[in-house]
Design a protein around this ligand. Structure first.
Ligand SMILES: NC(=O)c1ccc[n+]([C@@H]2O[C@H](COP(=O)([O-])OP(=O)(O)OC[C@H]3O[C@@H](n4cnc5c(N)ncnc54)[C@H](O)[C@@H]3O)[C@@H](O)[C@H]2O)c1
Length: 390
């Protein structure tokens, strides 16, 4: 297989060695290490942080075999480590699961030297990260993400939290991990549907600030979804680098970090309407959200229609719905006023104003406030991208 790396970029991987992307946050700086086969070598990468310290792994049951087994073999070489397992999926980001796991860990006995390791997708990463932030007023933790979505997005940047009945991610903390270890082999056991959902977040990075990466994805996206090793590492590296740059510039989302929400105001409304029961995955909602965000940008005169068609075509080619009517949770019948009410409740809404990330071009996103609900309703009323642009 021919490596498809951009050899003009000095940090691009050229051999099978793991790739390291630093997140430059001063004293809280950490590395993201990316590559295949890293789980069995986790001790080599994590020894400076873990040696001699008690480790509690919070693991998704779905990754018990073989990933948790491999991780424990590696970490037992350098630490006293034990695990707590829990089911993944959005319902795990709940007060009840948080309390149950906190009690379990506290009863086991921990100290301020204990390190929490999150092994699983974005759900386990957000939950375990929040546990680490609140246990003994803040323990060190490490992210070992096992879904594409968590490898390219949620494991980096220190946003942790759980859901409340009033909405998603409403209880949480900014708490940066001490390291992120990404073993791309984990994706070999990930269902294809989850892989595609994670790919929506990959596309997002190309659309919000890196047009050349979107060009690359048009050529290599299918190889990424097939988990071709070189293309997979390269796609994850590009996303992690983009996120690391944004987080280093705006750690607590007072400015450009908001661009990472491209497509998400629509997506969160679709998810809220679907009810977080697994029928609609976060990434599936994001893909449709990207389609709507481009259509809204077109409607408001910021972008040309050709770019909107290009984005819609790529999402479709990758097996992702670019419009709410194609979503698995039957969003075609959703009430438009209700969807807009969900948007107004989104925690990113400011003083009742709807906030959207819009685009001037592929790779050029910006934040816009005060968009009239009629404009959003007009986009939501369209049956597909063609209809929205006509
Ligand atoms: N903190 C952030 O910055 C941030 C950013 C984006 C998304 N998120 C959050 O991430 C969550 C979504 O994450 P997700 O898509 O990873 O969902 P997830 O953690 O629920 O994982 C998806 C499914 O895959 C299973 N799974 C995980 N790894 C596996 C593997 N290697 N093999 C087989 N099955 C595996 C899980 O059990 C689950 O059923 C949402 O709650 C979202 O809010 C957080």
């Amino acid at each position: 297989m021919t490596p498809a790396f951009d050899h003009t970029d000095p940090s691009a991987p050229k051999t099978g060695d793991p790739v390291i992307v630093p997140v430059e946050l001063g004293q809280r700086r950490y590395n993201i290490t990316i590559g295949p086969g890293l789980m069995l070598k986790a001790d080599q990468f994590l020894a400076p942080i873990l040696t001699g310290r008690q480790v509690v792994i919070i693991a998704d049951e779905a990754v018990a075999t073989p990933w948790l087994e491999q991780l424990e073999i590696a970490l037992n070489r350098i630490t006293d480590c034990h695990h707590v397992m829990t089911a993944g999926g959005e319902s795990a980001k709940s007060f009840s699961r948080y309390t149950e796991l906190m009690e379990n860990i506290l009863n086991h006995g921990i100290t301020r030297q204990t390190v929490i390791v999150a092994l699983g997708g974005g759900v386990i990463g957000d939950l375990a990260g929040f546990m680490a932030a609140s246990l003994l007023r803040g323990l060190d933790y490490i992210q070992i993400p096992t879904t594409l979505l968590s490898q390219v997005d949620s494991s980096v940047g220190g946003k942790t939290g759980i859901n409340a009945s009033a909405g998603k991610n409403l209880v949480g903390a900014f708490h940066q991990p001490r390291a992120v270890l990404i073993d791309t082999d984990c994706l070999s056991t990930l269902p294809d549907r989850e892989m595609r959902a994670g790919y929506a977040e990959v596309v997002k990075y190309g659309l919000l600030g890196h047009a050349d990466f979107f060009d690359w994805l048009e050529e290599h996206g299918a190889a990424v979804l097939k988990r071709e090793p070189y293309q997979l590492v390269e796609a994850i590296r590009r996303c992690c680098q983009a996120k690391a740059d944004i987080v280093a510039a705006d750690e607590t989302e007072n400015g450009i970090r908001a661009l990472l929400n491209l497509g998400h105001t629509f997506a969160h409304a679709f998810e809220a309407e679907a009810g977080y029961d697994g029928r609609l995955l976060h990434g599936e909602a994001v893909a449709a959200g990207l389609g709507h965000a481009f259509a809204l940008s077109r409607r408001l005169g910021f972008i040309d229609g050709q770019s909107c068609h290009r984005v819609a075509k790529h999402l479709e080619a990758m097996g992702l719905a670019n419009w709410r009517h194609g979503l698995p949770a039957d969003m075609a019948n959703a009430n438009i006023d209700q969807l807009i009410r969900h948007m107004a409740k989104d925690k990113k809404a400011q003083s009742g104003e709807l906030v959207f990330v819009l685009v001037r071009a592929i790779g050029d996103a910006f934040v816009e406030k005060g968009i009239k609900p009629q404009e959003i309703a007009a986009v939501l009323a369209a049956a597909n991208m063609d209809d929205a642009l006509s």
